[in-house]
Each structure stands twice: as C-alpha cells, then as structure tokens.
Write a protein that binds this ligand. Structure first.
Ligand SMILES: Cc1cc2nc3c(=O)[nH]c(=O)nc-3n(C[C@H](O)[C@H](O)[C@H](O)COP(=O)(O)OP(=O)(O)OC[C@H]3O[C@@H](n4cnc5c(N)ncnc54)[C@H](O)[C@@H]3O)c2cc1C
Length: 353
C-alpha cells in the first residue's frame, strides 16, 4: 500500500479550543469524531485529521490515502476554519504545502459535440484523460466566459481554493464521466438539453464547438455500487451514470433499471454482461419514477442487494425517506442523490447536498 500523504498546519486564532470544538461538531455529521479533552480526531474514508489546541494555536495534522482525498480533506477543513474563526492565519508544512495549481484539475479541449438523442448531447473532450479513468464517476465542468482566455482556480498557500472572479469568473456544473477511451485519448460527457432561460451547462452543450477549452475538476464522488442484485433508478441526468454502472456489472449479477425520460425518443440502448430488466418511463405518457420505485419489492435484508437512485431533489428526498423509514433498507446498501433541483442552479444544489 502507498505511503499516506501527511501535512501539518499551525492555525493562529483567538480561541483554538473553541475552533477545534466547532470543527468536531460540524464534521460529526459526515465522519466519525472522537474527543480527548479539547483535542479531537476526525476519521472518514478520505483520511484522518487530528486537532490539537494549545496556547493561541490550533495544530492540525491530516493523513490521507490519496492525492484526491488529501485535497478534499484539506480544502474542506480550511474552508470551515475560515467559516468558524475570525481572521485565522494558517501555515502548512508537509505534503502540498506550496501554493499553486489544483492537483485534480485538468484543462481539456472539446474535440466533438454530437446528438445522442433529441435532448441529450455528447461532448467529447481530449487531454489527460487517464486521470479520470478511476476514483469516482463525477467531475465538475468549469466553463470559462466566452471570448476571454481561460483562467482557472488555484490553491493559496493557506490551502484555500481561489476562484477567478469578475470578468474571468467560470461557471461550474457537475456531470458524470460517461466513458473514458484511453486508446483514443478522449472522455465523453452526456449532457441533458433542458428547458429554462439561464442554463449555462445545457446551453454550453448545445452550442459548444470543437476547439473550445474547458476545465475539469475530479474525478470524485459516486463510486460504482457494490452487490449482485441492484435496483438502479433515475431520470435522464442519471442515465450516463446508470449506463456506466451496468456496463461494469459482471455476468451473473442482476439489475432492475427504471429510467424516467421525456418520451420514447430519449431511450438509449444499455449494454451489460449482467441480466438487466429495463423499464423506460415516459413523462409524456404520465409515467413517474417515484411511483415506479415505490412499486418495487425490496427485501431489506438481502446482503447482495443495493439500491441506487439519482433524480430531481423532491423525488430523491421522498424516496430516501421511504427507503429508510418505511422499508428499513440498510443505509450502507443505498445511494439516493439529488442530481438537480427545480428552480435552483446546479452550483446551489452542489452546495446544499
Ligand atoms: C453527481 C451529479 C452527476 C450529474 N451527472 C449529470 C450528467 O451526466 N448529465 C447531465 O445532463 N446532468 C447531470 N447532472 C445534473 C446537472 O448537474 C444539473 O442538471 C445542472 O443543474 C445542469 O446545469 P444547467 O447549467 O444546465 O442548469 P442550472 O443553471 O443548474 O439550472 C437552471 C434551471 O434549470 C433547471 N434544471 C436543471 N437541470 C435540469 C434538468 N435536467 N431538467 C429540467 N430542468 C433542469 C433548474 O431547476 C433551474 O431552474 C449531475 C448532477 C450531479 C450532482
């Protein structure tokens, strides 16, 4: 196993013990937290953080298994230090102590944009695609303003992610990497063309031409679900992820797949070595994903069962409650995600989730 990546910070603040307490309280919702007096330790799948308050200084030590985890843990801790303490001064030593580029950012160039269906466009990007071949299904697509040279986020010496502002501001939206083709050196994003007047991601996918430059941050979040008996359910925004998940399933696995799309023209072929039972739900015919999922019989104690759902915020929240409270489906065998929210832009959804 690779050596963990380790860094230490000296954080000068007025009340180090209070800051350690607030960080522990906050991260207790997302990770396992243990305390020893004013000191604390935060453990998660992304790594470990030790918080040691002393006179006028909070010492923070982080230890993470990978570059991506290190970046997530460090930026998340640093942003919360700035949220919870007035004018903190942070000095880092160890891994990644220098200011500079974001380790999991890559600039990419559009090489093609084609229609998959009337409301889904495939944008093909070239660049360091090998970087996106593992370690999570999703990326943040950064779209620079038209007609200006692209400027990208950088990391400050304090470990803060600093975004270009004003005329150079970029728009970020989350998408699934539909396919990485290492032989061709390309990566596909399948992007839904949806209604609305101010829809940067959808508009970009509709208009973008080969040669355009974009940024990708990731990959991160969302792993292939485990288990051999899966229920996969989603709307068209989840279709790229569902297509990728079923392609990765082995022979002998079984998946029931429920996908809500606008109409029959939005159906796409799904390829898998597993046994698939696919049901397309057409909104124009009154079909709804939530009702279809609720109609499924889900044995809550099947150790090989897994439920994966991604769709609009309201059905996602309702189905999450239904699975947990009514079905009693084990939390570790379910993923229910809001991929978009009616009336809210994608950056607001990403912040709220
Ligand atoms: C982990 C993750 C993975 C995702 N993967 C994909 C993917 O592979 N392909 C994909 O197309 N999308 C994907 N999405 C969803 C996508 O990020 C959102 O739909 C995003 O809001 C689109 O940005 P936009 O700029 O087009 O619209 P925004 O500016 O974000 O929103 C503008 C308006 O459009 C509405 N809106 C947003 N999305 C939709 C929609 N799909 N249908 C109808 N109205 C909508 C909003 O409610 C808002 O009122 C993913 C989201 C997440 C969190």
């Amino acid at each position: 196993m690779a050596e963990p990546l380790v860094a230490e910070a000296r954080i000068v603040v007025a009340d180090p013990a209070a800051l350690a307490g607030r960080l522990c309280d906050h991260f207790a919702e997302h990770a396992s937290v243990s305390r020893d007096g004013a000191s604390g330790r935060i453990d998660s799948v992304y790594g470990r953080a030790d918080l040691m308050p002393a006179d006028g200084v909070l010492r923070l030590r982080i230890e993470c298994p990978s570059e991506q985890a290190f970046f997530l843990v460090r930026t998340s801790l640093v942003e919360h230090v700035f949220e919870f303490a007035a004018e903190p001064r942070i000095t880092w030593t160890g891994h990644g102590a220098e200011a500079g580029t974001v380790p999991y950012f890559r600039e990419m160039t559009v090489v093609a944009a084609t229609a998959v269906t009337p409301r889904m466009r495939r944008v093909t990007l070239a660049g360091d695609v090998g970087h996106f071949a593992g370690g999570g299904l999703h990326v943040r697509l950064l779209m620079p303003p038209a007609g200006r040279p692209a400027r990208w986020p950088v990391l400050s010496a304090e470990g803060r992610l600093t975004w270009p502002a004003g005329d150079d501001a970029v728009v970020a939206r989350v998408y699934t990497v539909r396919r990485v083709d290492l032989a061709r050196g390309t990566l596909d994003l399948d992007i839904v063309i949806h209604d609305g007047t101010d829809t940067p991601g959808s508009t970009w996918a509709r208009q973008v031409q080969p040669g355009a430059v974009v940024g990708l941050m990731g990959p991160g979040g969302g792993d292939l679900p485990p288990g051999r008996r899966l229920l996969l359910a989603g709307d068209e925004t989840a279709l790229p992820a569902i297509a990728r998940i079923v392609e990765a399933l082995p022979a002998g696995a079984q998946a029931t797949v429920l996908i809500e799309v606008a109409d029959a023209a939005e159906e796409q072929p799904l390829h898998s070595a597993a046994e698939l039972d696919v049901r397309w739900l057409h909104r124009d015919a009154g079909d709804r994903l939530e009702a279809a999922v609720r109609g499924q019989v889900l044995p809550p104690d099947d150790p090989e069962g897994f439920v994966w759902i991604a769709c609009e915020h309201a059905p996602a929240r309702s189905l999450r409650n239904w699975l947990r409270r009514e079905i009693g489906f084990a939390r570790e065998r379910q993923t229910v995600a809001a991929y978009w929210r009616r009336g809210a832009s994608g950056d607001q959804v990403a912040e709220a989730e």
